[in-house]
Ligand binder design. Sequence first.
Ligand code: FES
Length: 583
Amino acid sequence: MHGVAVTGGSPSAAGRGDRERLERAAARAGLVHDAARAGARSHFRAMTIDPDRLSGPIVGIASTWTGTMPCNLNQRELSAAVERGVAAAGGVPLPFNTIAVSDNQSQGTPGMRASLVSREVIADSIELMDIAHDFDVMVCIVGCDKTTPGALMALARIDKPAVLLYGGPMRAGRHRGTRATIQDVWEAVGATGQGMMERAELDALERSACPGIGACAGNFTATTMAIALEFLGLSPLGTTLVAADDLDRRRVDAERCGVLAAGLRGGRSARDYLDARGLRNAMAGIAASGGSTNGFLHLLAIAREAGTPLTLRDLEDVCDRVPVLANMAPSGQFVATDLDDAGGVPVLIRELIAAELIDGTVPTVEGPSLAAAVADAAPPDARITFAAAAPFKARSGLMGLHGNLAPDGAVAKVAGTERRRHVGPAQVFDDEASCVAAITAGRVAPGNVLVIRNEGPAGGPGMREMLSVTAAVVGAGLGESVTLVTDGRFSGATRGLMVGHVSPEAARGGPLAVVRDGEMITVDVDRRVLAVEVPAAELAARLAAHVPPERPARGVLARYSALVESASDGAWLSNGRGRVDEG
Ligand code: FES
């Protein structure tokens, strides 16, 4: 022993944390002059950064640019603009990049397994860069679906001052005189498979639906999470839905974020925004805009990373109170750039505050409270945006369900249909592809409840989106008579009555694993019920005898499958030592 008093066992986590903080503070203090940090200064000099500047705020700029998809293609330019803003305000900008994957390019293929897993890799890579470089402030530039929650999860872990800049939506395309988005393309694929659309028509739609760069145009998952960013107060109000190709406005907003970030050192940190009030507000924004079921999954995962107590029940209670105030695809007509033209997200925030449906006292990254920041928002136009007293739809299309088929909960979405209840016989599939094949072959009868299992976070692995299935259902003309129940999840572009995130998932002993063809299933959104007409003793006996399918043995998907938590906990990767509240 060399002067270290040990009172039993290993040093506590708190003690280690304090020591690390002291070490970091000492390393930072020495960065400008100490002999021991000369190697670090050599590397800064190699980048033409004068070490005298290192006493200013050091701002990490995490871009999620990849050249593999249109969603985030403007982010290198935006990152450069953020850098200019940081430098102009006296800070040192240090940009870097993460991965990102396109769900539309992998939809309906084994590649979709990478989608949700990528959220964790994005979070890990941002966290690791911060561990290595100890930034004072973070700017995260986000866009495609998993990049926003991935960045928020990283920020929840590192808990530093931060700004998020959304790269912006794609504009809608035009096909035969009407608007078209990627959602129309997928539904046309379903119709073509049924012989209800000519291949030439599908080809024409494919060419016109996605006219340029940006995240998906409708209120699918990317837009859903962008709207959540403004409700959380972590993005400057009114910036998220500016079109991605409006680079003049985008650059101005990006420079503004850089200037803002340089002034945030020592101020409020990420967890100040990611508390229960903020996350409930975000859920209200998602529900009020008619957003994606993925919002549940991501908010729960962010809550776990932030150590914020929040359950599926909490989120469904929010949905139960909030009407739909925006007429946006897929449950409505308009796209994200239309909402921007109508005044943007602040219109929805102000309406919900006035109706006392969200908490307007939460902070925003630019300083004022959320209520003060939206005080001058445009009034609802009763076309794209609606007043809480005269909403677009009185009831949210999002809800949590519970029952003997989902003991830990499930998530329902009602979009593009008025159906909120369905009782029908199960038609069971052990994976997505066999369900699509049955629909295409005309083997699905109206009134059936399609069950797709073994597609959960661990069992898939990766919890694939079932857009190919729901698009095939709509394309086959079954959208008003068939319901889908799965332990997988849904694209934000999905329409119909559908239930996903069924927990526990089949691969981890959930009752979905032992449902049989013909057994009656009840989906009741307003009563929050998902149940199968099988006695409890019979379900238990079947589960005791059930052998789940094998999962991958190596590689990233095997690691993910072993560590991922239930969808009812956000499908986050725990540390393997416990479920929640590790923050
Ligand atoms: Fe990237 Fe939709 S696939 S935003």
